[in-house]
Ligand binder design. Structure first.
Ligand SMILES: Cc1cc2nc3c(=O)[nH]c(=O)nc-3n(C[C@H](O)[C@H](O)[C@H](O)COP(=O)(O)O)c2cc1C
Length: 198
């Protein structure tokens, strides 16, 4: 089974990096093939160029797709499961990941336009995991969990994934209160990947 992790955090001293390491260790036990698009480490270009904008906006699918985007398309096509892992910054994903969606979800690939149909495969399982400073209860009370889930699951993952879920690992401002619970949630998630994809 092939897993792609699209990871967005600039620092190895972060809690999100610890989650990445835990996840990779658990996936390795299953002997699954894991690829990581580490967006900061790759220095992923998140800004859309004018040429790309013209391709998108006017659905000029005959215009070339940049090599870094083709490389991401190839990783998607190989994946049975894609995991987006990131910290919540201002109630959304970091800009570098937003830029990944802007550029990698190119017209004619991830979405159609009039007579053009998307070529992207339907991926078996799509998972968004985000760490958040605020506790889950507070994020729910102020409507942020709901809006993050709506955007991530209904739009960005959308119909491109057969099964979808979002795990909000909140409360990192008081990390020792939540570390054990988060660890269990990641372990349970890996079991769900196994039962869903195999
Ligand atoms: C620029 C920035 C914006 C943030 N915005 C939010 C936010 O809107 N909601 C929230 O719950 N936490 C927010 N946080 C806290 C992060 O989600 C938290 O630091 C992260 O979950 C775990 O920390 P890590 O950076 O060690 O991985 C923000 C942190 C930064 C640096």
């Amino acid at each position: 089974m092939n897993i792609l992790i699209v990871y967005s955090h600039p620092s190895k001293d972060s809690y999100t990096f610890q989650i990445l390491e835990q996840l990779k260790a658990l996936l390795a036990i299953q002997k699954w093939d894991v690829k990581v698009s580490d967006l900061y480490a790759m220095d992923f270009q998140s800004n859309m160029t004018e040429k790309e904008y013209q391709r998108e906006s006017f659905a000029k699918i005959e215009m070339p797709i940049p090599d870094d985007i083709i490389a991401e398309h190839e990783k998607i096509e190989e994946a049975d499961c894609i995991i987006f892992l990131y910290p919540v910054w201002w109630s959304d994903c970091p800009a570098i990941l937003k830029g990944w969606f802007d550029r990698v979800y190119s017209v004619g690939y991830a979405y159609g336009h009039k007579t053009y149909f998307p070529k992207m495969k339907i991926v078996k399982y799509g998972i968004a995991i985000c760490t958040a400073g605020h506790p889950n209860e507070f994020l729910h009370e102020i409507g942020i969990s709901q809006s993050m889930k709506t955007i991530m699951l209904n739009d960005r993952l959308g119909k491109r994934f057969e099964h979808k879920e979002m795990l909000i690992l909140g409360g990192t401002l008081d990390i020792e209160q939540v570390r054990g619970d988060h660890k269990n949630k990641i372990e349970e998630l890996v079991l769900r990947i196994k039962s869903t994809c195999i």
